[in-house]
Design a protein around this ligand. Structure first.
Ligand code: 5GP
Length: 190
Protein backbone atom coordinates (compact mmCIF):
# COMPACT_ATOMS: atom_id res chain seq x y z
CA UNK A 1 0.00 0.00 0.00
CA UNK A 2 1.90 3.01 -1.34
CA UNK A 3 0.37 5.65 0.96
CA UNK A 4 1.35 3.61 4.01
CA UNK A 5 4.89 2.94 2.78
CA UNK A 6 5.38 6.65 2.09
CA UNK A 7 4.27 7.46 5.63
CA UNK A 8 6.59 4.81 7.11
CA UNK A 9 9.56 6.23 5.18
CA UNK A 10 8.74 9.81 6.14
CA UNK A 11 7.92 9.29 9.81
CA UNK A 12 9.17 5.86 10.93
CA UNK A 13 12.25 5.65 13.14
CA UNK A 14 14.36 2.53 13.61
CA UNK A 15 15.36 1.73 17.19
CA UNK A 16 18.18 -0.71 18.01
CA UNK A 17 18.09 -2.02 14.44
CA UNK A 18 14.95 -4.09 15.12
CA UNK A 19 12.08 -1.96 16.35
CA UNK A 20 10.23 0.40 14.05
CA UNK A 21 8.72 3.33 15.92
CA UNK A 22 5.63 4.71 14.22
CA UNK A 23 4.18 6.68 17.10
CA UNK A 24 3.22 9.66 14.95
CA UNK A 25 0.50 7.77 13.04
CA UNK A 26 -0.09 4.24 14.38
CA UNK A 27 1.02 3.61 17.96
CA UNK A 28 0.53 6.82 19.92
CA UNK A 29 -0.95 9.59 17.78
CA UNK A 30 -3.38 8.10 15.25
CA UNK A 31 -3.66 9.39 11.67
CA UNK A 32 -7.35 8.71 11.07
CA UNK A 33 -7.30 9.51 7.34
CA UNK A 34 -4.52 6.99 6.82
CA UNK A 35 -6.15 4.40 9.08
CA UNK A 36 -9.40 4.75 7.13
CA UNK A 37 -7.49 3.90 3.96
CA UNK A 38 -5.92 0.93 5.77
CA UNK A 39 -9.38 -0.23 6.84
CA UNK A 40 -10.71 0.02 3.27
CA UNK A 41 -7.72 -1.93 1.96
CA UNK A 42 -8.32 -4.75 4.47
CA UNK A 43 -11.95 -4.89 3.32
CA UNK A 44 -10.88 -5.00 -0.35
CA UNK A 45 -8.59 -7.96 0.40
CA UNK A 46 -11.07 -9.93 2.53
CA UNK A 47 -14.33 -8.82 0.89
CA UNK A 48 -15.14 -12.27 -0.48
CA UNK A 49 -15.03 -13.84 2.98
CA UNK A 50 -18.02 -13.73 5.25
CA UNK A 51 -16.29 -12.19 8.27
CA UNK A 52 -18.48 -11.98 11.38
CA UNK A 53 -15.92 -10.77 13.97
CA UNK A 54 -12.62 -8.96 14.02
CA UNK A 55 -10.24 -10.11 16.75
CA UNK A 56 -7.20 -8.25 18.04
CA UNK A 57 -5.13 -7.93 21.21
CA UNK A 58 -5.04 -4.94 23.51
CA UNK A 59 -3.63 -2.34 23.38
CA UNK A 60 -2.02 -1.53 20.08
CA UNK A 61 -4.39 -3.49 17.82
CA UNK A 62 -7.59 -1.85 19.03
CA UNK A 63 -7.47 1.41 17.08
CA UNK A 64 -6.81 -0.15 13.71
CA UNK A 65 -9.25 -3.04 14.29
CA UNK A 66 -11.97 -0.58 15.25
CA UNK A 67 -11.52 1.58 12.19
CA UNK A 68 -11.40 -1.47 9.90
CA UNK A 69 -14.55 -2.88 11.53
CA UNK A 70 -16.56 0.12 10.35
CA UNK A 71 -16.01 -1.08 6.77
CA UNK A 72 -16.68 -4.76 7.54
CA UNK A 73 -19.68 -3.75 9.66
CA UNK A 74 -18.90 -6.37 12.31
CA UNK A 75 -17.99 -6.13 16.01
CA UNK A 76 -14.42 -6.00 17.27
CA UNK A 77 -13.36 -8.27 20.11
CA UNK A 78 -10.04 -7.55 21.79
CA UNK A 79 -8.22 -10.09 23.90
CA UNK A 80 -7.38 -8.75 27.35
CA UNK A 81 -3.95 -9.00 28.89
CA UNK A 82 -4.92 -8.37 32.47
CA UNK A 83 -7.16 -10.44 34.68
CA UNK A 84 -9.73 -8.19 36.27
CA UNK A 85 -12.90 -8.49 38.29
CA UNK A 86 -14.81 -7.01 35.38
CA UNK A 87 -13.94 -9.84 33.02
CA UNK A 88 -16.35 -12.76 32.90
CA UNK A 89 -15.13 -15.87 34.66
CA UNK A 90 -15.70 -18.01 31.59
CA UNK A 91 -12.93 -17.18 29.14
CA UNK A 92 -10.93 -18.69 26.30
CA UNK A 93 -7.22 -18.28 26.93
CA UNK A 94 -4.14 -18.07 24.78
CA UNK A 95 -0.48 -17.82 25.70
CA UNK A 96 1.86 -15.26 24.13
CA UNK A 97 5.62 -15.38 24.38
CA UNK A 98 7.26 -11.97 24.60
CA UNK A 99 10.81 -11.89 23.26
CA UNK A 100 11.47 -8.49 24.75
CA UNK A 101 10.44 -9.60 28.25
CA UNK A 102 11.49 -13.25 27.77
CA UNK A 103 8.32 -14.56 29.36
CA UNK A 104 4.86 -15.88 28.54
CA UNK A 105 1.73 -13.96 29.35
CA UNK A 106 -1.93 -14.88 28.98
CA UNK A 107 -4.57 -13.21 26.86
CA UNK A 108 -8.26 -13.95 27.26
CA UNK A 109 -11.63 -13.42 25.65
CA UNK A 110 -14.99 -13.97 27.31
CA UNK A 111 -16.82 -17.02 25.98
CA UNK A 112 -19.78 -14.74 25.27
CA UNK A 113 -18.05 -13.05 22.37
CA UNK A 114 -16.77 -15.89 20.18
CA UNK A 115 -18.79 -18.89 19.06
CA UNK A 116 -18.71 -21.79 16.61
CA UNK A 117 -20.67 -19.74 14.08
CA UNK A 118 -18.04 -16.98 13.87
CA UNK A 119 -15.77 -16.36 10.88
CA UNK A 120 -12.90 -14.46 12.43
CA UNK A 121 -10.41 -12.01 10.94
CA UNK A 122 -7.40 -11.12 13.12
CA UNK A 123 -6.16 -7.57 12.71
CA UNK A 124 -2.96 -6.24 14.25
CA UNK A 125 -0.56 -3.35 13.85
CA UNK A 126 2.70 -5.35 13.55
CA UNK A 127 3.79 -8.87 12.72
CA UNK A 128 7.28 -9.72 13.95
CA UNK A 129 7.82 -13.13 15.57
CA UNK A 130 4.19 -14.12 15.23
CA UNK A 131 3.66 -14.83 18.92
CA UNK A 132 0.68 -12.52 19.34
CA UNK A 133 -1.11 -14.22 16.44
CA UNK A 134 -0.31 -17.69 17.83
CA UNK A 135 -1.96 -16.67 21.12
CA UNK A 136 -5.03 -15.34 19.30
CA UNK A 137 -5.16 -18.54 17.23
CA UNK A 138 -5.31 -20.58 20.46
CA UNK A 139 -8.33 -18.55 21.57
CA UNK A 140 -10.07 -19.01 18.21
CA UNK A 141 -9.40 -22.75 18.27
CA UNK A 142 -10.76 -23.11 21.80
CA UNK A 143 -13.93 -21.25 20.81
CA UNK A 144 -14.58 -23.51 17.80
CA UNK A 145 -14.82 -20.48 15.50
CA UNK A 146 -13.10 -20.35 12.13
CA UNK A 147 -10.02 -18.23 11.50
CA UNK A 148 -10.27 -16.76 8.01
CA UNK A 149 -6.95 -14.90 8.00
CA UNK A 150 -4.94 -12.04 9.42
CA UNK A 151 -4.69 -8.43 8.27
CA UNK A 152 -1.46 -6.76 9.35
CA UNK A 153 -0.51 -3.12 8.89
CA UNK A 154 3.29 -3.58 9.00
CA UNK A 155 5.08 -6.93 8.74
CA UNK A 156 8.77 -7.11 9.53
CA UNK A 157 9.63 -9.66 6.87
CA UNK A 158 13.15 -10.17 8.22
CA UNK A 159 11.67 -11.69 11.38
CA UNK A 160 10.27 -15.23 11.30
CA UNK A 161 6.57 -14.78 12.21
CA UNK A 162 5.10 -14.30 8.73
CA UNK A 163 6.98 -17.27 7.23
CA UNK A 164 6.07 -19.57 10.12
CA UNK A 165 2.36 -18.68 10.09
CA UNK A 166 2.00 -18.89 6.28
CA UNK A 167 3.72 -22.29 6.37
CA UNK A 168 1.06 -23.34 8.89
CA UNK A 169 -1.56 -22.41 6.28
CA UNK A 170 -2.72 -19.06 7.62
CA UNK A 171 -3.68 -16.43 5.05
CA UNK A 172 -1.84 -13.22 5.97
CA UNK A 173 -2.38 -9.92 4.20
CA UNK A 174 0.26 -7.39 5.20
CA UNK A 175 -0.12 -3.89 3.78
CA UNK A 176 3.61 -3.13 4.02
CA UNK A 177 6.36 -5.72 4.36
CA UNK A 178 9.76 -4.47 5.47
CA UNK A 179 12.59 -6.51 3.96
CA UNK A 180 15.33 -4.82 5.95
CA UNK A 181 16.05 -1.93 8.28
CA UNK A 182 19.85 -2.21 8.21
CA UNK A 183 21.66 0.95 9.31
CA UNK A 184 18.27 2.60 9.77
CA UNK A 185 17.56 2.36 6.01
CA UNK A 186 14.15 0.87 5.23
CA UNK A 187 13.51 -1.35 2.24
CA UNK A 188 10.22 -3.04 1.39
CA UNK A 189 9.43 -6.33 -0.28
CA UNK A 190 5.77 -5.35 -0.61
P1 5GP B 1 5.01 -10.57 17.46
O1 5GP B 1 6.48 -10.72 17.67
O2 5GP B 1 4.20 -11.39 18.40
O3 5GP B 1 4.62 -10.83 16.01
O4 5GP B 1 4.69 -9.03 17.74
C1 5GP B 1 3.95 -8.73 18.88
C2 5GP B 1 3.58 -7.30 19.03
O5 5GP B 1 4.77 -6.56 19.29
C3 5GP B 1 2.92 -6.58 17.87
O6 5GP B 1 1.53 -6.71 17.89
C4 5GP B 1 3.32 -5.13 18.13
O7 5GP B 1 2.40 -4.53 19.00
C5 5GP B 1 4.68 -5.27 18.80
N1 5GP B 1 5.79 -5.05 17.86
C6 5GP B 1 6.61 -5.99 17.33
N2 5GP B 1 7.57 -5.41 16.58
C7 5GP B 1 7.33 -4.08 16.63
C8 5GP B 1 7.99 -2.94 16.04
O8 5GP B 1 9.00 -3.02 15.32
N3 5GP B 1 7.44 -1.73 16.32
C9 5GP B 1 6.34 -1.55 17.10
N4 5GP B 1 5.90 -0.32 17.29
N5 5GP B 1 5.72 -2.61 17.68
C10 5GP B 1 6.21 -3.85 17.45
Amino acid sequence: MELLKKKIIEEGRVLNGEILKVDSFLNHQLDIDLLNEVGKEFLRRFEKEKITKILTAEVSGIAIATIAAQYFKVPVVFAKKTESKNLDKETYEGSVYSYTKDKHYKIRVSKKYLSKEDQVLIIDDFLANGQAILGLQEIIKASGSNLVGAGIVIEKGFQPGGGMLRKNGLRIESLAIIASMDAGQLSFSE
